[in-house]
Design a protein around this ligand. Structure first.
Ligand SMILES: [Zn+2]
Length: 384
């Protein structure tokens, strides 16, 4: 993903808007052009591998090859290679089609806000659904100036779309658009089967190119072209498969990976206190120990409808959503191998709970427990 281009010094708001609109048009155009180019490349590879290698060289070699270089027909080998190729191509095209279908239905975009309202007038009533949420130092959810709306947990503003996207991973013109909450599973299937397909293409081409050179001395440019394309895309898709698979296991998006090392503020809903008068208050500078290790509490806030929240901060490098490698994987890919390999069901974590926008990791529950230990009688909703 290319870094955003900084507006020149002295640029007006209109200049910045024009630049953003241009970036959006460019980003969205490339996500149509790149898949078309890839389909063209697949057509080219199919012609070379299935027709030139399997049919013209293996199944029915020319009289010149048979008589001059002793290249005998190998019908069974040629047919078997075509069948395996067709299966791998299908395994690539099915998740890719599903990925593009979901991308075009845009399920992960956060609605644009009403620009006629002041920030403080924009409702935060949706926070009432959750026992805990990501917030700023004042306990407010994070705000997007460009969309003029609040950002649910793990949402990021995508410059190519000009919109906030839930659990955004990255914008991928190669795949056809935004990789985020709903498309992450299908994207991993796309790059995984892409790596199998391209590995097969370059291995088959390399084997018969080597044989043809040793038998006939000829080295067709089309075969070399497919070999080069196959190797390059195999490296690319295999690398993306490994990176994406690992990120799913540790429950990081690419955006969160880039921001790794920062801290997160989390607002915890207080379910009950021993008596109203002993409502915990914001710790004063006098009470507050110097060490963050002992006291992660930043603030205690009152929100609408009598709800009180305590705001606590994670330590640098702590990730609030890390559970375990297996749970991270299953949350996105599904509970069994059929779900992992088929692009039918959506990720299980789409079934939200009242605990938060996403299931919290053990770290967040530990923070809540620590708070209850420091404040006897106070109960946090997350633990009840
Ligand atoms: Zn936004």
């Amino acid at each position: 993903m290319a870094p955003p281009v900084a507006p020149a010094a002295g640029a007006t708001k209109a200049d910045v808007r024009d630049q953003s609109a241009l970036e959006q048009r460019l980003g969205q155009s490339t996500s149509v052009i790149m898949p078309l180019l890839e389909l063209g490349a697949i057509g080219y590879v199919t012609w070379v591998l299935a027709y030139q290698i399997c049919i013209q060289y293996l199944i029915d070699p020319s009289a010149e090859f048979r008589q001059g270089f002793n290249v005998q027909p190998r019908r069974a080998t040629g047919i078997a290679l075509i069948v395996v190729y067709a299966v791998l191509l299908l395994l690539l095209l099915v998740p890719w089609s599903r990925l593009i279908q979901v991308i075009w239905s845009k399920p992960d975009l956060v609605p644009l806000g009403d620009t006629s309202l002041e920030k403080k007038e924009v409702t935060t009533s949706w926070l009432g659904e959750y026992d805990a949420y990501i917030c700023d130092y004042e306990g407010m959810p994070l705000w997007c100036d460009k969309c003029h709306n609040w950002k649910p947990d793990r949402t990021h503003h995508c410059k190519e779309l000009g919109r906030c996207v839930r659990k955004m991973d990255h914008y991928c013109p190669w795949a056809g658009g935004i990789i985020a909450e709903t498309t992450h599973k299908f994207f991993l299937q796309f790059v995984f089967f892409g790596s199998l397909y391209t590995a097969y293409v370059w291995i088959v081409t390399a084997v018969f190119l080597d044989e043809r050179i040793s038998k006939t001395g000829s080295c067709p440019g089309t075969w070399i072209g497919v070999l080069v394309v196959g190797v390059l895309f195999c490296i690319f898709t295999f690398t993306m498969s490994c990176m994406t698979g690992w990120n799913l296991c540790i429950n990081y998006t690419s955006v969160e990976g880039i921001q790794r090392g920062g801290v997160q503020n989390i607002a915890f809903l207080i379910a009950s206190t021993p008596e109203r008068s002993s409502l915990p208050s914001t710790p004063s500078a006098q009470d507050k120990p110097q060490s963050h290790d002992d006291w992660p509490v930043l603030n205690t806030i009152q929100r609408g409808q009598g709800r009180t929240y305590v705001v606590m901060q994670t330590k640098p490098h702590e990730h609030p959503w890390y559970t375990s490698l297996v749970v991270g994987w299953k949350d996105v890919m599904g509970n069994n191998i059929v779900d992992w390999l088929t692009p039918i069901k959506h990720s299980p974590y789409k079934q939200r709970s009242h605990r938060g926008e996403f299931e919290w990791g053990e770290l967040v529950y530990d923070m809540a427990k620590q708070y209850e230990v420091h404040n006897p009688g106070v109960k946090l909703a997350l633990l009840n």
